[in-house]
Design a protein. Sequence first.
Length: 257
Amino acid sequence: MSLGSAAQSFLIGAVSGVLSGAFGIGGGIVTTPAIRLILKAPALVAVGTPLPVIIPGALTGAWTYLRRDLVDVRAATTVGVVGSIASIVGAWLSKLAGGSAVMLATAALIVYVAADTAVWAAKKSRGHHGQRPAAPAVPRVATIGLAAGLYSGFLGLGGGFVIVPLLTRWLGFDMKRAVGTSLLSVAILAIPGSVAHYLLGHIDPKIALGLAVGVVPGAAVGSRLTVLARETAVRYAFAVMLVCVAVWLVLGELGAL
């Protein structure tokens, strides 16, 4: 890898890491198209290479939240394990469906979640910073893992887009605890996909290393920004991020069409 490509990989990883640490997502929504369009890697490499990079980035961010007691370890483990199994089913289902209609429908769903998050933020303008909810029932947490895994495997996007909203709206987590818990879940979710894509030869170790060098400090910065921010500000920022992702997906599909 040339010096220029290494620098590009670092910057891509850093941006992905900031988003991951701040919002509890995997960051693949940035790294996959960037690897394809900027680093000119094959499509399958662009899909597979971000997966192992998600793990150190998500763990770095999760550690920041964990030190502030903003991670529900039991919930995160349950979501991650159940989601890992469900992601395999989701990947299989993607072969049966596919098509631009699915991606456009996903964009519409993300916009809806963004609007719902913004409305919820307005209602929670004086959020409970760092408050721990009652221990959630395992079946409900497992259901979130099932939804996140199917979503992640089917669409190739990070399960954090599903985990964070469901933890806040369904289980009553505050936004920061949801983000911290999501990061640990996402790290677990990425393990089976990383192994599978490595065995298939879809991971470029040099690109992955360059991304990892950037994603770790990026995740540390992103997580600290969220920990220090007001609860309502985090909710609004998450909503804005979702809208940007939806627009990105629509533009990408229109370009593909």
